[in-house]
Design a protein around this ligand. Structure first.
Ligand code: ZN
Length: 310
């Protein structure tokens, strides 16, 4: 027998002796596991489910803040039954990606956040490690970055994040579409501005909260809501859509003068409180032109509203 034929036989023999990998994945987890591998393949990684031994089970985990666990030995993933049952689709996708990140990518927690409280990674540790940051699970822009980072830890923070952090400096081309003041209001709405068609705009609402110990305020543009309750105990500012928190800030400082702003720069919109940067999302998410402002419990004072295209 020729030596290269012998070599081929040995290789074939070794290959046939390789144990087939086993994945024990109940059907309810399958779409999320498939999504993990799909995201890997989209980025050019040769990662296939069939190449790994791993299992996922649904059980009760004692720590209520822990959505899942990975036991590195044997790649055993446990998902907490209560968190799973009440979790959104996006949260389920996140927790499976996070646990597969541990078990299959050998990643550990990366508890780092930006000054605006954004998580750097899907591999954040969660409250059990006394670390919290804004998970940003619902924005497609953020999700793309988090998957990039999951498969490649050296992924830089997105450029669009840095490009949208500055408060606009208006020049002479700024066009004031609306300027309006009132001494005391509970709510107001603007229905005659086509925000969707203005490439770059700034919306500012200045107001005071003086004579109250508790007041929350919120404004909504299209489907996106932005607000908080700075005089409440341990309050954050947040961005919401469909009752889901797209962003959560750190605790707010108690203040009496507030200025909420939304800035649109083309495909992105950013949120500011007192001209301090908070968050950026894709402008597509707003869907609509309706603009409402409302305060709860008490009226707000010395209100000034501006809508400026620039
Ligand atoms: Zn973890």
């Amino acid at each position: 027998m020729k030596s290269n034929h012998l070599l081929l036989l040995i290789v074939l023999f070794l290959f046939s002796c390789q144990k087939e990998k086993i994945q024990l994945v109940p059907s309810e987890f399958e779409p999320y596991v498939d999504e993990f591998f799909h995201q890997a393949q989209l980025r050019g990684y040769d990662l296939y489910k069939e190449d790994f031994d791993f299992s996922i089970t649904l059980e009760e985990i004692e720590d209520p803040f822990r959505g899942g666990e990975c036991q590195f030995r044997g790649n055993k993933i446990t998902i907490d039954i209560q968190n799973w049952e009440r979790g959104s689709e996006e949260w389920k996708e996140f927790i499976i990606a996070h646990e597969l990140g541990h078990c299959l990518l050998d990643r550990r927690h990366r508890n780092v956040k930006t000054t605006s409280n954004e998580c750097y990674s899907f591999m954040r540790g969660g409250k059990q490690d006394d670390f919290s940051c804004s998970q940003n699970l619902y924005s497609t822009k953020w999700k793309k970055y988090y998957y990039d980072e999951l498969f490649d830890r050296s992924t830089p923070f997105p450029i669009w994040y840095y490009e949208n952090r500055d408060y606009p400096q208006l020049n002479t081309s700024a066009n004031y579409l609306l300027e309006w003041k009132d001494t005391l209001v509970e709510s107001f709405e603007i229905n005659d501005i086509d925000f969707q068609s203005i490439e770059n705009f700034l919306v500012e609402i200045d107001f005071d909260i003086i004579n109250t110990t508790s007041n929350s305020f919120r404004f909504s543009l299209g489907e996106i809501k932005f607000g908080g309750c700075p005089k409440c105990i341990a309050s954050s500012l947040d961005v919401q859509k469909d009752n889901r928190k797209w962003y959560v800030s750190e605790w707010l400082e108690n203040n009496s003068k507030y200025k909420l702003s939304i800035v649109r720069r083309g495909k992105f919109a950013s949120f500011f409180l007192n001209e301090k940067y908070h968050h950026t999302i894709e402008f597509d998410a707003f869907e609509g032109n309706g603009f409402y402002f409302y305060s709860f419990r008490d009226q707000i004072e010395n209100v000034s509203v501006k809508v400026i295209s620039y």
